[in-house]
Design a protein around this ligand. Structure first.
Ligand SMILES: *Cc1c(COP(=O)(O)O)cnc(C)c1O
Length: 400
C-alpha cells in the first residue's frame, strides 16, 4: 500500500481550492454536497460562458456520444470540415486574410501551435536565420503552463524552478506601444498578447494601444497573434475583444468557452499563408478536432452566431459595472476594471482570497488572482435578476 505524503490526499497540491465541494450545476447556479446553492461568478474562467449544462450544448454532446467520439486525425470524420467552416465563418471576418482553422484541445496547446506556426512562417517566408526567431510578448501575460509558455512569464509562481527556459521571447510592458515597437527587429516574427490581460486582473489597455500594436506589426511585416482564450467568444460583449478597438489580428487562439464547459476544445484561427506552413507530420494532436469536440464546438458557434449573447454581455456588463461602481463609491473597493461581463476588482481590506471566502459564505463563487484582486466572469446567460442577486450578496459579503 502506498501512503500519500500529504495527510489525507492522493492529489498533487498544485491548487488550493476554496472549501466547497460541488455536485451539480445549472445555468449560473451550482449546488454543493450539502445542498447549498451558489451563483457561479467565475464560470470556469470563462469556459462556462453559456452557463452550466446549457441545453443545446448538452444535447449536442449526448447525440454525438451515441454516434462517434474519436477517430484520431489518421482518418477524417463528418464534423471536422463543418467545424472549421463554422469557426472560420464566426471569427474569419474579424481577422486579416482568409483563415484556416487548426484544432487542438487546451489553451496552452493553441498558444504553442501559434508560436510554432509563427516561427516556421518566419523562417520559410520571411527569411529569418535558422533558430533566431523572436516573439515580442507583454509583461504580466498569462498564456498557459507549458515549459515554453512559462519561459516568457514574469510570474515567479508560474516560472521559478521550471528552467531551463525556451529562448526567443522579449517581454515589454503591457500598454506601452513605444516599448513594443522598440523590441521589434529583423529576427522578430510576431507579437503575442492578450488584448485584455485576464489572469493579471482584467487589465484593459489604453484605447490607442492595440491599434498602435497593429500598426507596428504592419510596418515590420510581422504577425499580430491575439490570445483570446479567455477574452474571446462573447466575454467582452464582442466575439473577439480585439473588436473593441477595431483591430484585426493575423492569428487568434481560442479555447475555454469553445468547449462549452463540457470538454477542452481549442483552436488557432488565422491567415492561410501562416498556418499553411504546417504540413502533414509537422504538428498534431491525438484528440485535437475529435468528433465529440467538434459537435460541442459547432453548437457553441451556433449559440454565438446571432450575436445575442454578445449583446447580453454588453447589457449585463453595464449592470455589473453600475453595481461595482457603487462598491467603489462606498469605499469597499479601491478600483474596478471592466470589459463587457468581465471585471477585475481590487478590495480595500484583506486579501483577495479572504474576500472570496466571504463571498463563498454568502453563496457566491469567485476567484482571486493576484494579491487584492478578484476576477468576476459570470456566465453570459445570467439573468438580470440573478446578477442583481449576485451583486447584493457581493456587497453584503465585502462590506461585512
Ligand atoms: C486559460 C488561458 C490559457 C491556457 O488555457 P488552458 O486550457 O488552461 O491550457 C491561455 N491563455 C489565456 C489568455 C488563458 O486565459
Amino acid at each position: 500500500m502506498t501512503t500519500p505524503t500529504i495527510a489525507g490526499t492522493h492529489l498533487a497540491q498544485n491548487y488550493s481550492p476554496l472549501p466547497v465541494t460541488l455536485v451539480s450545476g445549472e445555468g449560473a447556479w451550482v449546488t454543493d454536497d450539502e445542498g447549498r446553492r451558489y451563483l457561479d461568478l467565475l464560470a470556469g474562467y470563462s469556459a462556462l460562458n453559456f452557463g452550466h449544462r446549457h441545453p443545446a450544448l448538452v444535447a449536442a454532446a449526448h447525440a454525438q456520444l451515441d454516434r462517434l467520439t474519436l477517430t484520431s486525425r489518421a482518418f477524417d470524420h463528418a464534423l471536422l470540415e463543418p467545424f472549421a467552416r463554422g469557426l472560420a465563418g464566426l471569427v474569419g471576418p474579424l481577422l486579416t486574410g482568409d483563415p484556416l482553422v487548426l484544432p487542438m484541445n487546451t489553451g496552452a496547446e493553441a498558444v504553442e501551435t501559434a508560436i510554432k506556426a509563427a516561427r516556421k512562417w518566419g523562417y520559410e517566408i520571411r527569411g529569418v536565420p535558422a533558430d533566431r526567431a523572436t516573439i515580442v510578448v507583454a509583461q504580466g501575460n498569462f498564456h498557459g503552463r507549458t515549459t515554453t509558455i512559462v519561459s516568457f512569464s514574469d510570474d515567479p509562481d508560474a516560472r521559478d524552478g521550471f528552467g531551463p527556459f525556451t529562448p526567443g521571447f522579449r517581454a515589454v510592458p503591457f500598454g506601452d506601444a513605444a516599448a513594443l515597437r522598440a523590441a521589434i527587429d529583423d529576427t522578430t516574427v510576431a507579437v503575442l498578447l492578450e488584448p485584455i490581460q485576464g489572469e493579471h486582473g482584467v487589465i484593459v489597455p489604453p484605447d490607442d494601444y492595440l491599434p498602435a500594436v497593429r500598426a507596428a506589426c504592419d510596418e515590420a511585416g510581422i504577425l499580430l497573434v491575439a490570445d483570446e482564450i479567455q477574452s474571446g467568444l462573447g466575454r467582452t460583449g464582442h466575439t473577439l475583444a480585439c473588436e473593441l478597438w477595431g483591430v484585426r489580428p493575423d492569428l487568434v487562439t481560442l479555447g475555454k468557452a469553445l468547449g462549452g464547459g463540457i470538454l477542452p476544445v481549442s483552436a488557432v484561427v488565422g491567415r492561410s499563408d501562416v498556418l499553411g506552413v504546417l504540413t502533414p507530420g509537422t504538428h498534431g494532436s491525438t484528440f485535437g478536432g475529435n468528433p465529440l469536440a467538434c459537435a460541442v464546438a459547432l453548437a457553441v458557434i451556433d449559440l454565438l452566431t446571432p450575436g445575442d449573447l454578445q449583446a447580453a454581455a454588453r447589457v449585463r456588463g453595464e449592470q455589473l459595472g453600475a453595481g461595482l461602481a457603487a462598491l467603489v463609491d462606498g469605499g469597499v473597493l479601491t478600483g474596478v476594471r471592466r470589459a463587457g461581463l468581465w471585471a477585475g476588482l481590487d478590495v480595500r481590506q484583506g486579501t483577495g482570497r479572504a474576500a472570496c471566502e466571504a463571498l463563498l459564505r454568502h453563496g457566491v463563487l469567485a476567484k482571486d488572482t493576484h494579491g487584492r484582486t478578484l476576477r468576476l466572469a459570470p456566465p453570459l446567460t445570467i439573468t438580470s435578476d440573478e446578477l442583481a442577486e449576485a451583486l447584493t450578496r457581493t456587497t453584503t459579503a465585502l462590506a461585512g
